[in-house]
Design a protein around this ligand. Sequence first.
Ligand code: PMV
Length: 322
Amino acid sequence: MTIATAPGKIILFGEHAVVYGRPAIAAPLSQVRARAVVSDGSRDGSVRLIVPDLGQAFALHEAEEENALAAAVRQLQRAADIDQLPALTITVSSQIPIASGLGSGAAITAAIIRALAQHLGLVDFVGNTAVSDLTYEVEKIYHGTPSGIDNTVVAYEQPVYFQRGQPRNRIEPFAVARPLRLIVADTGVSSSTRQVVGDVRHQWQANRQVFEDLFDQCGSITERARQALQAGDMVRLGQLMTKNHALLRTMTVSSTELERLVETAVAAGAWGAKLSGAGRGGNMIAIAPEWHEETVRQALLAAGARHVFTTTVSGEPVIGIR
Ligand code: PMV
């Protein structure tokens, strides 16, 4: 039996602009994870995928092309050039909320690919780069034009500075000077990344100059944020978050709920706050002095946040196979 897990993720700076080649920073959310367990044999001799939490169980050969779990298995099978997989049971579970920008899809895919590659002894496919690349291929099915940041951060499980590029993306895992405590609040509104990304694209097509300029400003904030993270300058980081949020608002990806939560966090003493991920719903993040954290948390709940949790981003590299 082989088990692999992958963390959730949160985008700290640069969402949307990252799709257009500007740098972004994302960090793993190690306390919420997706998990895949692969064992030999199955009830009917096929490759069977089981998702106990959803009451789902099906054979790989019966799954539709768009099925995300099947796509993860097929992607690895294709890459490793395996004609026929042996009978296997793959059991998948996840603690990561779906459709809220926490990278649940990418984490599930990465966990399946890593567990399966490890189980089958496919040494070329167990490393972070291979897991990230294969996860990216699966992400394309759902996101249309994903930047590649989600698959990177869930596979590397480290804060990463990421810039999309040719022939290869620039991926720089980096250490933070001091552990970063992030307050994450869920609006409770689910939103489709694909749709929001598509909508930004339409606006960019209609107003190229305006949007290129907004993306440039986001890119410059990301650069400054990386320096602040590496210097442990939380006050500066908070200011940069709020600035990045204002740019995202101009791109029309904020929402009434996100605005309310961002304003509430800052009014309750946070150094800064912003939406995180595609926007129009999903999560916002805030950083606050430790003595204000509880006040900010309570204020966010009172302002209608569905869930609020605090997570610590540290720079420690984590080995992805467990
Ligand atoms: O909603 P999420 O967390 O999956 O993030 C999407 C991030 C975007 O920059 C909007 C899109 C992308 O592919 O990077």
